[in-house]
Write a protein that binds this ligand. Sequence first.
Ligand SMILES: [Zn+2]
Ligand SMILES: [Zn+2]
Length: 293
Amino acid sequence: MIDLTVRLRVNWTSQGRPDDDQLSQYRGTASFRLGTGYIYGIKEPECGHPCPCSECDGNITKRHWAFKVKTAHHVVYDTEEAKKTKVDLFYDEATSRKGCKMASVRGVEVAWSDSDMDFCEMLCVTHDELLGKQIMSAWRCLDDSKVNPLYALDLTLMPSFGGDVVSALIVSHPHGQPKKITVGKLRYQDKCKDGSVIEYDAPTCPGSSGAPVFMFDPELEEKRCLWVYASVHSGGFANITPEAKRQENFFRKFIQRVKGRNTKPKPKLDQLNYGNDRFGIWRNYFYPTKIDV
Ligand SMILES: [Zn+2]
Ligand SMILES: [Zn+2]
């Protein structure tokens, strides 16, 4: 699950963003921002099929692997932005960039998005044999957790909150830095029209938006272990960083829209973060997501 988390470097702000978008002032410009995403599903390599990447432009060329990256809609808005997005895999340590460990691919298109739930699926393609195989094996490893469950609560990195507290574990690239894992408690979850919203206090930073949020419930056998489906981190309130102020209005609006609940930052907490799940994901073992701007 860690290898499937990717850093996103977005180099463009789409003309298609609406007036009330937090980035509307940058529309049509090469503004830069960072985010996190999560590879969800890769197909067996295809040859003899048209390749959608920008170099092949729909022509039939050598083998390609197509895979989807889930992230927050506010990070990658549409295909215009996806094409200018670099997806960095295996950026695990500061040294990964110099060695050959980190690999980058470009986004191809936004295959699906939901602005109300702040959720997006971007299609990516690689022709790199080694990279294709690495992603394939990381995906199989996670997919295998359906058959051979990994009991995350037994891992030493998980703090024991005790009782029936549900833990939230987030893998992200805060400020575009190498991968970090943060852990906290699930505080609240609520079903809404199109899915569900989750609230947790696992720390995140700008750049964490779009990261996978995994939840573990000690009381339910099937939720004690790692599942293929993660939520997407959408953002949150914090009272410790100046960036937080900037995020606040956007998220209050977002949360009100999806929850119909008037949410105030809670001064006693370091952070209060939100993720969403387009399909009622957590409950149904779909992907929960967490987003930071
Ligand atoms: Zn291609
Ligand atoms: Zn930070």
